[in-house]
Design a protein around this ligand. Structure first.
Ligand code: PLP
Length: 471
C-alpha cells in the first residue's frame, strides 16, 4: 500500500516513512492510494476474533513494510486486557433498545486517544529501533492528548517527550495524570500562558528547520495516519458487537473536534463496513456542524472559540477535515489545495453549498451532524444517570444528545464513549450533585509527587530546555 498527499505531491510513500512524518511536504495530509475492500466472507472471518487479532487483520491491509509476524506481535502487546481493563477492549453497553455505548476509554488515561496512542508508542519504538534512530516528541496539550502520549511513550527506547501545557489550566486530575509520571524520558513543561501559546511555541520550534533536524523533533498529533488507522479497528469491533449477522446496518455517533475519530469511521465505511449513518456531534464550537448543515467551512478565530465543559472538542479548525473533503471532491488534489491553502489562507472560509459534491456528504458518505450545548450536556448526563443508571462524561453526553435526535427506527445506534466522567468531575457535580466514580487505580493521584518545570511562554527558553535535556 502506498500513501499520497491530499494536495497532490507526486511522491508515493510507504507506511513506515509517513509514520514518523507529520504533514506531507506540500502541506497536505497522507491517505492510502485506495481503501482496501472488505467483503462478506472477510467480515464473517473477522467476527469473533479477539481485538488484537482484528487489529492485525485490518492494519496488515495498510502496512506492508513491517513483517507480518512483527506486526502481529505489536498488536498483541498493545491491546491487552491488562492495559484496557477488559478482554473485549472496547465493550459495548446497551442503554436501551437500539442504543448502545461503545467504551473506548478504559485505557491508561481514560480517554479514547489511548486506543491509537498506545499502538503508536509501540510502532515508534519498533521503527526507531530498526533504524537505529531516536526521536524527541514535542507537543502541546490542553489535557487528553498529552497524557495519552506520555503514557504511551513512557519508558520507550529511543523516545523522549517534551509536552507543553498551559500552567494551572488543566483539571487537577489531568495534571496529576501527566505530572506524576516519574519516567526519565518524559518532560512536562507548564507554560505561563494559554493553550494557544503552547501551540505557537511548538509551531515556532518546528518551523526552525535546523533546530528540528539537529534535535530530531517529531510530533504525535492527530493528523498522523497511524493514529487514524488504529481507530478504524474499533468501528469494526463495535459493529460485530451491535449485530448478530453481517450485512445488518449500524449507525455511529461521534463526539467530534479535530475530525480524527469520525474520519476513522469514514475509512471503515469506505472499506465496506455496513455503516448507515456517521453522526457527527459538536459542542458550542460548531465549525463542523455548520459545514454539514450549510456547506460552508468557516475557521474560527481564537476569540471566537468557546471554552466549554467538553474541552477536548474546543477547536477553531478541524485538522483532519481535509482528508474527508479530498474524498468528497472525488480525490481532486488541485481543488483540495485550492480550498485549504488558497481560500482558507485568504479568507478563513470556503463554501461548497453550490457544489453538487456537497449533497453527497449525506447521500453517498452517510454524514449527518448536530450540536450540543452546556445545558444539553447537563440534561443528558442527568437523564442518563437517573433513568438508566449510567454515568457519561461531558463529551460522550454531546454524542448521546445528537444521536438521540438523529437515530432512525430499526438501525442500531452506537455512541462512542470518548472519556470517563472522572476526568471532568466539576461538570458531573454540577449535573448530578455528586462526584463521579473513580477507578481504584486513580485513588489519590492528585497527591503524588509531581515532575514538572514551569517556563514562561518563550520559544528560546523552551528550546534551551530541550537542548539541555537531549543526550
Ligand atoms: C480528542 C477528544 C475528542 C475529539 O476527537 P477528534 O478526533 O478530535 O474529533 C472527543 N472527546 C474526547 C474525550 C477527546 O479526548
Amino acid at each position: 500500500m502506498l500513501y499520497l498527499s491530499t494536495r497532490g505531491h507526486l511522491d508515493r510513500k510507504r507506511f513506515c516513512e509517513i509514520l514518523l512524518e507529520g504533514l506531507a511536504p506540500d502541506g497536505g495530509l497522507y491517505l492510502p492510494e485506495r481503501y482496501p475492500q472488505v467483503d462478506a466472507a472477510t467480515l464473517a472471518r473477522w467476527r469473533g476474533l479477539a481485538y488484537h487479532e482484528l487489529a492485525f487483520e485490518i492494519l496488515s491491509l495498510y502496512i506492508d513494510d513491517i513483517p507480518a509476524a512483527d506486526l502481529r506481535a505489536l498488536c498483541a502487546k498493545t491491546y491487552t486486557g491488562q492495559v484496557f481493563g477488559s478482554a473485549a477492549i472496547v465493550p459495548l453497553k446497551k442503554l436501551e433498545d437500539g442504543l448502545f455505548l461503545e467504551a473506548l476509554s478504559n485505557g491508561p488515561t481514560l480517554a479514547f486517544k489511548d486506543m491509537a496512542m498506545q499502538l503508536l508508542g509501540n510502532l515508534f519504538e519498533y521503527e526507531l529501533g530498526r533504524r537505529g534512530e531516536s526521536l524527541n516528541i514535542l507537543g502541546a496539550t490542553s489535557g487528553d492528548t498529552g497524557s495519552a502520549a506520555e503514557h504511551a511513550m513512557r519508558g520507550k527506547r529511543g523516545i523522549r517527550v517534551f509536552m507543553t501545557s498551559p500552567h494551572g489550566r488543566m483539571s487537577p486530575f489531568q495534571q496529576a495524570q501527566m505530572f506524576s509520571l516519574q519516567d526519565a524520558n518524559i518532560h512536562n513543561l507548564a507554560i505561563q500562558g494559554v493553550f494557544d501559546d503552547c501551540q505557537d511555541i511548538v509551531k515556532a520550534v518546528s518551523n526552525d528547520l535546523d533546530f528540528k533536524r539537529k534535535y530530531r523533533i517529531g510530533t504525535v498529533n492527530s493528523i498522523n495516519w497511524a493514529r487514524l488507522v488504529a481507530q478504524v479497528v474499533y468501528y469494526f469491533a463495535g459493529y460485530f458487537q451491535a449485530t448478530t449477522e453481517n450485512g445488518q446496518r449500524v449507525s455511529f455517533a461521534v463526539p467530534s473536534g479535530n475530525f480524527g475519530n469520525i474520519c476513522a469511521g469514514h475509512v471503515a465505511r469506505m472499506m465496506g463496513l455496513p455503516i448507515e449513518t456517521l453522526v457527527l456531534a459538536t459542542n458550542e464550537n460548531d465549525v463542523l456542524d455548520e459545514f454539514f448543515r450549510t456547506g460552508v467551512y468557516r475557521v474560527r478565530s481564537g476569540a471566537d472559540t468557546h471554552e466549554t465543559s467538553s474541552p477536548s472538542m474546543d477547536i477553531s479548525k478541524a485538522s483532519n477535515f481535509e482528508r474527508f473533503v479530498f474524498d468528497l471532491l472525488g480525490r481532486d488534489a488541485a481543488r483540495t489545495r485550492q480550498l485549504f491553502q488558497d481560500e482558507l489562507g485568504r479568507s478563513g472560509r470556503f463554501d461548497l453549498s453550490a457544489d453538487p459534491a456537497f449533497a453527497q456528504a449525506a447521500t453517498r458518505f452517510g454524514f449527518r451532524s448536530g450540536k450540543s450545548t452546556h445545558a444539553d450536556r447537563l440534561a443528558t448526563i442527568r437523564e442518563t444517570w437517573q433513568r438508566l443508571h449510567v454515568m457519561v462524561d461531558t463529551h460522550t453526553a454531546d454524542g448521546l444528545k445528537v444521536a438521540r435526535h438523529l437515530a432512525q427506527p430499526g438501525v442500531p445506534m452506537v455512541v462512542l464513549e470518548t472519556a470517563l466522567p472522572v476526568k471532568f468531575a466539576a461538570t458531573i457535580v454540577e449535573a448530578l450533585g455528586r462526584q463521579p466514580d473513580r477507578p481504584a487505580r486513580f485513588e489519590g493521584i492528585e497527591t503524588l509527587p509531581k515532575r514538572v518545570t514551569v517556563l514562561p511562554a518563550d520559544v528560546a527558553q523552551v528550546k534551551s530546555y530541550i537542548t539541555a535535556h537531549c543526550a
